[in-house]
Design a protein around this ligand. Structure first.
Ligand code: GLN
Ligand code: ZN
Length: 774
């Protein structure tokens, strides 16, 4: 092929996006330093450029080419959705003059993500069922779209100057609008997608600018075009947007990437447009089984980017199969490129960063860097035939075989136990009966006051945990530090006059690690960080085998805390769906099966807590509302609901089970409440203000106790007594006083005592005042 046309060819292998944190979480450190005023925006950008430059070099080492557009320009300072919003000028009205749409794009993104003095930050929402949370742009009928190409042009040019021709990656117009919410003041029923025709010309301008700056290919991410609930309207929007962008003058080649599910009808919608390449997820999705002749003919002229390497999970997987799947795409077009199924932001940087990981488990894994190598292997196999990569395929198959037969992957005892579960195992005595027993034994006042679990994680607590986990402190020293923390926390609660106490979760760095450390079947990493939002990240556990409990997990701390008070203490567990959502799950069996194993572990833990004298247990399931919101309509068969029930149904009638489901919209889980069959269900309605009342009304219909959450714990603001009274009064309009609990929205780990103590004091006082008026 001639040099000229060669430069237009799509790279044979590439990834849709690469982790942005940096191998040592440089992004987290830089964003924190900037937030604390230790770094200017310019210095922050310099840190970001260092991360980008290291990523480029690494990707070339791993087999991508510096100049063929195979390297994605997928870095983002805070979030890729915010970047797209800033690029098209979608600044919510409520930010007023604080953000200049034509000003510095990095500054604008940071302000939208962090908020300003007068404007709270944009909300966040789960990005296509993953742990990553994107910011939610606010778009209204009067949003004035205008181009701010700075950030995208700058990154591209910086790479060009360093000798790389990279491929800018931008959230596409349809996905941007689908992920946006109506700007405050928009008329009821306003749909941001109605602004498509106004935003597309701005994208056209952006594309032209990028072409001018040297981009040969631009990737437009359109994951909103796939999945169960994609509407005709969305598909029509995609067709019209890409027809327009395809016809725009002076543009680079266009690669529209879908991900997170089967492309379905979106393929036929994109086929008639002039985009040159379409990305399909062939890991969690597949190609449409039939295509009409016209679509077929049109697709044959495009490049299909076959996402055959799993971007959403950490398994090394079946490489030979990935090659077969990629080769199968040739029945649609001769031009097939190999890629990941999604961006690699969902996996950590590198398995080689994990010297302490069990060597056998490590061989089964592929993090981002290993996946890039896998893409390169499959691309080579596709070009030269599988014989050319025979040894790589063999090594991958051997690892897969080892994983199938390794001890612990299937544990006969665990499997037998799951097999004995019956309908009875899943049923408690009827709620009303339990409720009467609990009323008598607990003897709580109306509107009982409590908290959701965690107390402030002070520097002392963090330091004690760190000294212990790095081996500096002995177990005895650690235990006595934690006991001291618990004693302090109990004393604070006694002093405040709360009715139901908690032990405060000092021993937990997060909701999951503390549990998984004590479970068979999980491995923990040292550096396996995955971005959640901006600089925030989590280290998911790797769930590789059947799950059983090595020992009681929470009992010792909880028993100790209960021994310090005569008030009832609420034990604190993380629920099955949340444990799974914060783990890399196994791909060799349905999630539902894994969830049942975890449920049985929690069931045993609850039984042990009961034996230790606990009368109340809370199971935290923040992951549940997201799951239910993402569309599972049949609650009875939803694995997350079933697992919650299996975990809690063994509790004695006199044990009060609380479900904390974390959502700020009680209506979102209203239908699930009766199914969960918890005695008390808690939310974060405080964040939603009095708007949450309708949702609370719906939740109240389940005839259970509710703990709506009376103030937002995410803000350092201390709520006034009268404000909490108002919230309670509003709640009492829709639920009876005998069923209303009083608590903050969620745990207090991110707060200081200077914030938490007065806030809780006001909470207790408000409850007392309202009680006095009953
Ligand atoms: N018990 C946990 C805490 O207080 C609940 C966390 C959550 O719901 N996200 O921190
Ligand atoms: Zn919560």
């Amino acid at each position: 092929m001639q040099g000229g046309s060669r430069s237009h060819a799509f790279p044979a292998g590439m990834v849709l996006g690469y982790p942005r944190l940096g191998r040592r979480r440089e992004l987290t450190a830089a964003l924190t330093a900037h937030a604390q005023g230790r770094l200017s925006v310019a210095e922050l950008r310099a840190e970001a450029d260092a991360i980008r430059s290291a990523a480029r070099e690494r990707l070339v080492q791993l087999g991508l080419q510096p100049a063929d557009s195979s390297i994605p320009e997928s870095f983002s300072l805070v979030d890729h959705v915010v970047d797209a919003a800033v690029a098209v000028g979608a600044i919510p009205r409520r930010f007023g003059e604080a953000i200049d749409p034509g000003g510095d794009a990095s500054t604008a993104s940071l302000m939208l993500a962090r908020g300003t003095e007068n404007a709270p930050p944009l909300n966040t929402a789960a990005w296509f069922g993953s742990l990553y949370r994107h910011f939610v742009p606010e778009i209204g009928p009067t949003t004035r779209f205008m181009l701010n190409a700075q950030q995208f042009v700058r990154d591209l040019s910086e790479s060009r100057a360093a000798g790389y021709t990279t491929r800018p990656v931008i959230v596409g117009p349809v996905t941007l609008l689908r992920l946006s919410t109506a700007d405050a003041g928009a008329p009821v029923g306003f749909n941001p997608l109605s602004r498509l025709a106004d935003v597309v010309p701005v994208y056209a301008e952006l594309l032209a600018k990028l072409r001018h700056a040297g981009a040969e290919w631009v990737q437009l991410d359109e994951p909103a075009l796939v999945g169960e609930g994609v509407s005709e309207r969305t598909l029509a929007a995609a067709q019209s947007a890409y027809t327009a962008l395809g016809a725009a003058a002076g543009r680079p080649h266009l690669f529209v990437a879908t991900a997170y599910g089967s492309i379905g009808d979106a393929l036929a919608a994109l086929a008639p447009t002039r985009v040159e390449a379409i990305g399909v997820d062939l890991v969690s999705g597949e190609l449409p089984s039939r295509l009409d002749n016209l679509t077929r003919a049109r697709v044959a002229e495009k490049t299909i980017v076959a996402g055959v390497i799993d971007g959403g999970n950490v398994w090394r997987g079946d490489l030979a199969r990935a090659l077969e799947v990629a080769a199968d795409v040739r029945r649609l077009t001769r031009s097939v490129a190999v890629s990941t199924s999604s961006s690699l932001i969902h996996v950590p940087h590198d398995v080689a960063n994990e010297p302490e990981l069990d060597a056998r488990v490590a061989r089964w894994l592929a993090f981002a860097d290993q996946k890039v190598e896998q893409v390169a292997v499959v691309a080579r196999g596709l070009a030269l035939g599988s014989a050319a990569v025979a040894s790589e395929l063999r090594a991958a198959s051997a690892a897969l075989g080892d994983r199938t037969s390794a001890p612990g992957v299937r544990d006969a005892a665990v499997r037998e136990r799951v097999a004995t579960v019956t309908a009875e195992t899943r049923t408690r005595v009827p709620y009303t009966e339990r409720r009467d027993v609990q009323r008598t034994t607990l003897g709580l006042p109306p509107l009982p006051t409590s908290t959701i679990g965690a107390f402030p994680q002070t520097d002392e607590i963090r330091a004690a945990r760190a000294r212990y986990s790095s081996g500096i402190d002995s177990a005895e020293k650690y235990v006595s530090a934690m006991k001291q923390a618990i004693a302090d926390i109990i004393a604070v609660q006694e002093h405040l006059g709360l009715d139901v106490l908690v032990h405060g979760e000092a021993e937990r760095a997060d909701m999951v690690t503390f549990f998984t450390e004590n479970l068979e079947g999980f491995e923990l990493t040292r550096n396996g960080w995955v971005q959640t939002t901006a600089g925030d990240c989590v280290r998911p556990a790797i769930l590789w085998g059947d799950v059983s409990r090595l020992r009681p997990i929470t009992v010792a701390w909880t028993r100790y805390a209960q021994s310090l008070t005569r008030k009832p203490l609420k034990g604190m567990l993380t629920g099955p769906a949340t444990l799974l959502s914060l783990s890399f799950v196994r791909d060799d069996q349905p999630l539902a099966d894994t969830a049942e194993q975890i449920a049985l572990v929690l069931r045993d833990e609850i039984a042990d807590l009961e034996r230790a004298g606990l009368q109340i247990v809370q199971v935290d399931e923040p992951a549940l509302a997201e799951r239910l919101a993402s569309g599972s309509s049949d609650l009875g068969s939803d694995w997350a609901v079933r697992a919650f029930v299996l975990a809690t149904a063994g509790a004695r009638p006199q044990t009060q089970v609380h479900a904390h489901v974390c959502t700020s919209d009680p209506g979102a889980v209203a239908a699930a409440i009766a199914r969960l069959d918890a005695d008390v269900t808690g939310f974060e309605a405080g964040r939603a203000g009095t708007q949450g009342i309708e949702g609370l009304r719906a939740a109240g219909r389940a005839e259970r106790d509710v703990s709506p959450g009376v103030y937002d714990v995410r803000s350092p603001r201390i709520p006034a007594v009268t404000e909490i009274e108002e919230r309670l009064a509003a709640a009492l309009e829709v639920v009876g006083a005998d069923r209303l609990w009083v608590s903050p929205d969620c745990g207090l780990s991110a707060r200081t005592y200077a914030e938490a103590t007065p806030a809780l004091g006001n909470l207790v006082e408000a409850a007392q005042r309202v009680r006095a008026r009953l």
